[in-house]
Design a binder for this molecule. Structure first.
Ligand SMILES: [Zn+2]
Length: 495
């Protein structure tokens, strides 16, 4: 399509004055959303687990033409949700060429453009904006100023142009005016100083703002969206009341409710296709990685207010895969299959993502992370082996059997050693692993069984990764059956 290049051409096109003049950005979002809903299209492709909770509420907010805020802990895809809103903007939007605030050709608000239209009339040049240029994002911090957000009076501009200070021609625009006729997202809204919140409110409410004491009129057209940590947002005094009143909808986000959803997110986000090949990651490895985050979110040593980001399992998976890759490169193996030991090796990808409470700090991040991995293994093991008799394997160790599962050892070497453990090979079928599978696959599965027994303290394991009899092999404790998929389902009840 040849897009009109002047105001005159624009007027005669489908982007007529009648169509565009009063079409504000929230109308545009609403219309495009309705078209997608009618077409049955996915609204937020790539966002997993919000279909029945967050998405319907965001849809309502947009249909209501609200400014809205997403409230949630870190790593709940809040920024991603907000960025995805650009998909609801028109593929091309006309504005007056060269305008810093993307003026509507039929109703320019800046003086430069008003003068330009007077001067050039139908010859006024038109520029076109794709959706991604109409999304402006700012991470709020206490040092954000009015100048950053709204603008500043530029004395040099005034002197050069012979304008008065406070004239619109002397304003150096901040981020919000530059988001005019688009979406402006502020992340961590409560971190914005009270004074700046007032400025933001004035713009939203009146279209007026004072810059260095000069009143500047800016009737902007912006869809404002925000994100915040729920506790910060609801804390008294963090958000000025008039601003809170102007935020139409508060929408709670949440972590994945089930391990399967979490796996889907990580598989999508983690860099897994190394050298273009699809990875061979056993399901139980994926489950353990996700359950580390699930366990951490329940652990009292981990700070509940900041949460445990979904980035933890994503980085952990990447690092575990790299450890498996490293082993394959060193041993010359062709199939890269992560083992449980590779998850322990991914500790550097885990510790930094845990905000610890005092009790956790005392224990140290490494130690807490190791505990979490072990709990995640125990729970995952139970999913497969709760009703499987593994006594024969434990007995082999109780009778003095020992095996070193060196994480750098080639699978073929380990496989021969593992074959000596009576009863072990029979149990791999529970994991869907057969004798004809690649040695890398079999070793990973066998190691998971041993790690599972170790996580339940039924067999022992040394720092050097030698598995042996447990310290107290007397009685088998009843493994806890996992309930997490059950009571982790959060989200705001509808009634
Ligand atoms: Zn303009």
């Amino acid at each position: 399509m040849n897009l009109p290049q002047t105001l005159g051409e624009l007027r005669k096109s489908i982007f007529s004055e009648e169509w565009l003049r009063t079409r504000r950005v929230k109308d545009e979002l609403r219309e495009n959303l309705i078209a997608r809903l009618r077409g049955g299209e996915a609204l937020f492709p790539g966002i997993v687990g919000y279909e029945d909770t967050v998405v319907p509420q965001v849809v309502n907010a947009i249909l209501s033409r609200h400014n809205f805020i997403l409230l949630g802990l870190r790593g709940q895809a809040k920024s991603r949700m907000l960025r995805a809103l650009t998909a609801l903007l028109d593929p091309q939007m006309p504005c007056i060429a060269g305008c810093e605030i993307h003026d509507n050709p039929y109703a320019p608000i800046c003086r430069r453009c008003r003068e330009l239209v007077q001067e050039r009339g139908e010859e006024t040049p038109i520029a076109w904006l794709p959706p991604e240029t109409r999304y402006v994002e700012k991470l709020a911090t206490p040092d954000v100023t009015i100048a950053d957000l709204i603008g500043d009076i530029d004395p040099i501009k005034a002197a050069k142009g012979g304008h008065e200070l406070g004239s619109e021609l002397t304003v150096h625009y901040g981020l919000l005016p530059r988001a005019n006729r688009g979406i402006f997202a502020i992340n961590e809204l409560p971190d914005l100083a009270g004074k700046i919140q007032v400025g933001l409110f004035n713009i939203m409410q009146e279209g007026d703002v004072q810059i260095k004491g000069y009143p500047v009129r800016l009737p902007l057209d912006v869809a404002l969206v925000f994100s915040a940590n729920p506790e910060d947002y609801t804390a008294r005094g963090k958000i000025i009341t008039p601003l809170k009143d102007r935020i139409g909808s508060e929408i709670r986000t949440h972590y994945p409710a089930t391990v399967d959803e979490a796996i889907a997110i990580t598989a999508q986000e983690a860099w897994e296709r190394r050298d273009g090949r699809p990875p061979h990651v056993p399901k139980y490895v994926r489950e353990v990685v996700e359950r580390i985050a699930f366990c951490a979110r329940e652990d009292k040593r981990v700070d509940k207010r900041s949460g445990v980001s979904q980035r933890l399992p994503i980085s952990c998976m990447e690092n575990a895969m790299s450890n498996a890759e490293q082993r394959a490169i060193r041993t010359g193996e062709r199939t890269v299959v992560p083992r449980i030991a590779d998850i322990y090796a991914a500790l550097p990808a885990i510790t930094g993502k845990l905000e610890l409470e005092y009790e956790g700090e005392l224990k140290g991040a490494d130690s807490v992370a190791r505990d979490l991995i072990r709990s995640a293994i125990a729970r995952t093991f139970d999913q497969y082996f709760a009703n499987v008799n593994t006594q024969q394997i434990v007995q082999w160790f109780d009778l003095g059997g020992e095996i070193e599962m060196d994480n750098n050892a080639a699978a073929t070497d380990l496989l021969a050693a593992l074959a000596k453990i009576q009863g072990l090979n029979d149990k791999l079928g529970t994991l869907g692993v057969k004798a004809k599978d690649a040695p890398e696959v079999q070793v990973s599965a066998a190691e998971f069984v041993l790690e599972g027994l170790h996580a339940h303290k039924r067999i022992g394991r040394s720092e050097e990764r030698v598995f042996s009899a447990g310290e107290k092999p007397a009685r088998r404790p009843e493994p806890p059956v996992e309930r997490e998929d059950f009571h982790n389902r959060r989200g705001r009840p509808l009634n």
